[in-house]
Design a protein around this ligand. Structure first.
Ligand code: C5P
Length: 205
């Protein structure tokens, strides 16, 4: 994290909820539990409107990259994950201080950029190089463990057809899978972290 050591805003937090986009959140009623945390981190197209009972309404941080970008409210911190040249160009374009735009994707004063070296570190040290690179969700779990004393993980897990279905949309592609990420391995690592009391992993029954 570039900003992590530089400003007080990322002083270690007490408790943090990392909210993945899994369809297993539907009818989970986790909303109030998620909102109870000091920091609530969402990601990519993850949204709250219409899903508050299951996913909560609070967002302090939102992790994303250009292809999955969604417009944030004025108080959420954008945690930008660049892993290709085009991503950095997008960032420069979106937050160009000379551009006369009134509607940026996020508050320009609340932007943090994840050092790409962290992506490599997570891929090598946490995932033993499985998958092409870590998913946004797994990266966020690893990042939260650097930032927070307590990490609570919600919204991870493929559906019974092994697809990464989302709580906010019906799955159109029946063979979506987990793409270039090793979703199965990531899930097992989160389970292991739970067993070792490093995170609390919530899986609705
Ligand atoms: O699909 P998307 O990348 O936007 O979802 C955010 C993250 O949530 C994923 O990167 C993945 O780590 C996690 N996820 C999951 N199971 C799903 C959907 C998403 O574990 N069914």
């Amino acid at each position: 994290m570039v900003e992590a050591v530089a400003t007080p805003s990322l002083h270690r937090c007490g408790s943090c909820a990392v909210v993945g986009n899994s369809g297993n959140l539907r009818r989970s009623h986790y909303g109030p539990l998620i909102d109870f945390h000091d920091i609530v981190i969402r990601m990519n197209q993850g949204r709250t409107k219409g899903f508050e009972a299951d996913v909560g309404r609070k967002t302090t941080h939102h992790v994303m990259y250009p292809e999955s970008a969604t417009k944030l409210d004025n108080t959420s911190r954008l945690v930008f994950v660049p892993f290709k040249m085009r991503d950095l160009l997008w960032l420069q374009n979106e937050f160009n201080p000379n551009a006369k735009t009134t509607s940026r994707i996020a508050n320009k004063d609340l932007v943090m950029v994840l050092n790409p070296a962290f992506i490599r570190y997570v891929h090598e040290a946490w995932l033993e190089n499985t998958g092409r690179y870590p998913s946004t969700g797994f990266l966020t779990v690893a990042l939260s463990m650097q930032m927070c004393d307590e990490v609570h993980v919600f919204g991870f897990g493929a559906d019974r057809d092994k697809n990464w279905s989302h709580y906010f949309e019906e799955l159109n592609d029946e063979h979506l899978g987990t793409g270039i990420h090793d979703g199965n391995h990531e899930y097992k690592v989160i389970q292991k972290l739970h067993q070792k009391l490093k995170v609390v992993f919530y899986v609705p029954q």
